[in-house]
Design a protein around this ligand. Structure first.
Ligand SMILES: Nc1ncnc2c1ncn2[C@@H]1O[C@H](COP(=O)(O)OP(=O)(O)OP(=O)(O)O)[C@@H](O)[C@H]1O
Length: 603
């Protein structure tokens, strides 16, 4: 290990211990103290044995008083060891819970702290988060416990080496030197094990994914209809097999490879033992000294092996922290201004997209040179075929991503310079993949504005969204979703609830990304009338495929393959006879066909 690497490792250890100590400073310090105390006890007991033997072999008038003293010390040491053991176990368990919660909180805070969505669209981010989350329940404590055992072992070993060194000065050096190759070997093996674990992060995610597909209600129907159970089970077992194969190889290496280093340290112990015996034969040592050296050597052999093991465990655990800090040091890709500009109280000029281009991190260009304006109080509808870039445009408006080229301004100020929290605070949004919170109806709505506790407003928002809460078992207080045994809503009812949440916030800018996809035509018609009434004075950006609904918009923007190809009112675009007119006629024909069919069936 070169100096640079050594410095990095030392910094890493320092940062890791600081993190653990931050979670419970007093308990960690106390535990460390207990372990050092416990660690020094074996050397004390061994030393007391030597004194006893020497006293017995050289009896004098003070011998009985000396033996009494030794017995008191011996008894106190044994008792102390017994008293301390349960307390260290108690502290370890106590700290385990705290450090797990502490690290989990740090991870969640970090993930939640990202203002943009880019990290969430990166597979490695998820894989790292998964590994870190999973191991957070034992790695931090393992590091602490391994450190404590390491300190305890070191204290015991140093004590015993001192005893041995007092007799033969070079013997401790020999024993330590012959143990070092084992330390290095085991460290390397543990590091390789950790690399192996990281190399199967994808498989670990696959296991979670396929297991949840096979066990959760939302996938249960398709799996049964298409008979996918066995297929996914095979893929699950395939991921398990890869994981077992990789980790099995690492475990085998760990069991097999340290044999030569073990033989070396055993040879040093045997040689030392033989040397001391020869000294005893030549009467160069007292019987007491001989006994303690023999005792110390036999203990040292095991202790040095344990020490080697704990060194390698420390290496393994510290690698978890290396990953953890790497994750924690992840920089926010979205540049947030240090001194943000305030969001205008009332928008005057509106929002302007100027030659906006955007590519996702995979490099595909999704928006090209898009230029348009949204005036305050205007309702804009975005239409276009699947994958045209409508939702991406909404993401840029919410500043989940920044444009790759061009700019978005609000009353002339670049969106990047605005106070992002305040900007988002003005918005209400119903996304395509809105969240179904497994909470009560009222809570679902009131999450729209945590600062408002007006239950009557929540009821009104439900009413405006067209959600009939009176038919639910406990009205507004009905618990929803299966997670906690609540009532399940239909897709359309959930969607209305998401709309109610957006209404409850009473936003200046309402974003609706296919808000009615799951809603029946009559409810959709009622809802759009409500939108028109409620949106009075608000700016609305609506994405929809149902062109019958966009006629209420002040302006319609047509996107195709990431480009804005047409814009105008419904009538203007029909008169233009372009993409919109074609799409509208196709849909109208389908509706006409349907109503003719209805009439025919009626007749
Ligand atoms: N997170 C992402 N990473 C990479 N590419 C993405 C991501 N999200 C969307 N895309 C790609 O960007 C393009 C535009 O997607 P977008 O969701 O904006 O289209 P859309 O017009 O809203 O489509 P739809 O009507 O089907 O909802 C698509 O080709 C899609 O594959």
């Amino acid at each position: 290990m070169n100096l640079q690497r050594f410095k990095e490792r030392s910094r890493l250890f320092y940062r890791s211990y600081r993190l653990i100590f931050q979670s419970m400073p007093a308990a960690a310090a106390l535990l460390l103290l207990l372990m050092v105390l416990q660690g020094s006890l074996p050397a004390v007991v061994t030393y007391l044995s030597k004194i006893t033997l020497d006293v017995l072999l050289h009896l004098s008038d003070q011998s009985s008083a000396q033996i009494m003293q030794v017995m008191v010390f011996w008894g106190a040491s044994v008792l102390l060891g017994q008293i301390l053991e349960p307390w260290s176990s108690y502290l370890i368990a106590h700290m385990n819970e705290h450090t797990t919660a502490f690290i989990n909180r740090k991870l969640v805070q970090k993930a939640n702290g990202f203002q943009g969505l880019e990290p969430f669209e990166n597979a490695l981010f998820y894989q790292d988060l998964e590994v870190l989350n999973k191991l957070s329940s034992h790695k931090p404590l393992n590091l602490l416990v391994a450190t404590i055992h390491w300190v305890r072992l070191l204290t015991t070993i140093l004590g015993l080496l001192l005893l041995v060194g007092a007799l033969v000065w070079w013997m401790p050096l020999l024993l330590v030197a012959c143990s070092l190759p084992g330390v290095f070997k085991n460290n390397a093996l543990r590091a390789s094990g950790w690399k192996g674990l990281l190399s199967v992060r994808k498989e670990a995610l696959e296991i979670n994914y396929f297991r949840s597909l096979l066990t959760q209600e939302n996938s249960a129907r398709e799996i049964r209809i298409y008979g996918l159970g066995q297929h996914f089970e095979n893929r699950l077992m395939g991921a398990f097999a890869t994981l077992q194969q990789v980790m099995g190889k690492e475990r085998l290496k760990l069991a097999r490879d340290p044999i030569f280093t073990l033989l070396l340290s055993a040879a040093a112990a045997i040689f030392s033992f033989g040397y001391v015996l020869q000294m005893a034969v030549q009467k160069k040592v007292s019987a007491g000294s001989l006994v303690i050296v023999v005792q110390a050597l036999s203990q040292l052999q095991n202790l040095l092996d344990d020490f080697t093991l704990y060194c390698s465990l420390l290496t393994e655990h510290i690698l978890y922290f290396e990953k953890l800090f790497h994750f924690m040091d992840h920089e926010e890709p979205l540049r947030v201004p240090v001194q943000p500009q305030p969001v205008p109280e009332v928008m005057k000029e509106g929002i302007h997209f100027d030659r906006v281009g955007f590519s996702y991190p995979d490099g595909r260009t999704v928006l090209k040179d898009v230029t348009f304006s949204i005036r305050p109080g205007e309702t804009i509808a975005l239409v276009g075929e699947n994958g045209a870039g409508k939702s991406t445009l909404i993401k840029l408006l919410c500043r989940f991503h920044d444009p790759t080229s061009g700019s978005i301004t609000v009353d002339g100020t670049d969106l990047k310079q605005l106070d992002l929290q305040a900007w988002r605070g003005r918005m209400g949004a119903v996304f395509q993949d809105f969240v179904k919170y497994h909470l009560t109806v009222q809570e679902n709505i009131m999450l729209g504005d945590l600062g408002c506790t007006d239950e009557e407003m929540a009821r009104k928002a439900a009413e405006n969204s067209g959600l009939k809460t009176e038919i639910l078992p406990s009205g507004m207080h009905t618990l929803l979703g299966k997670s906690f045994g609540g009532t399940e809503l239909s897709g359309g009812q959930w969607q209305k609830l998401a709309i109610a949440r957006a209404f409850f916030r009473n936003p200046d800018l309402l974003i609706l990304d296919e808000p009615t996809a799951a809603i029946d035509p009559r409810a959709e018609h009622d809802l759009y009338e409500q939108f028109a009434r409620l949106a009075d004075g608000k700016t609305v950006v609506l994405v929809t495929h149902r062109l019958a609904s966009v006629q209420m918009a002040d302006r319609i923007l047509v996107l195709k393959e990431g480009q804005l190809i047409e814009q105008g009112t419904h009538e203007e675009l029909l008169a233009l006879g372009g993409e919109y007119a074609t799409m509208f006629r196709l849909q109208a024909r389908a509706y006409q066909f349907a109503s003719e069919m209805e009439e025919a069936i009626g007749a």
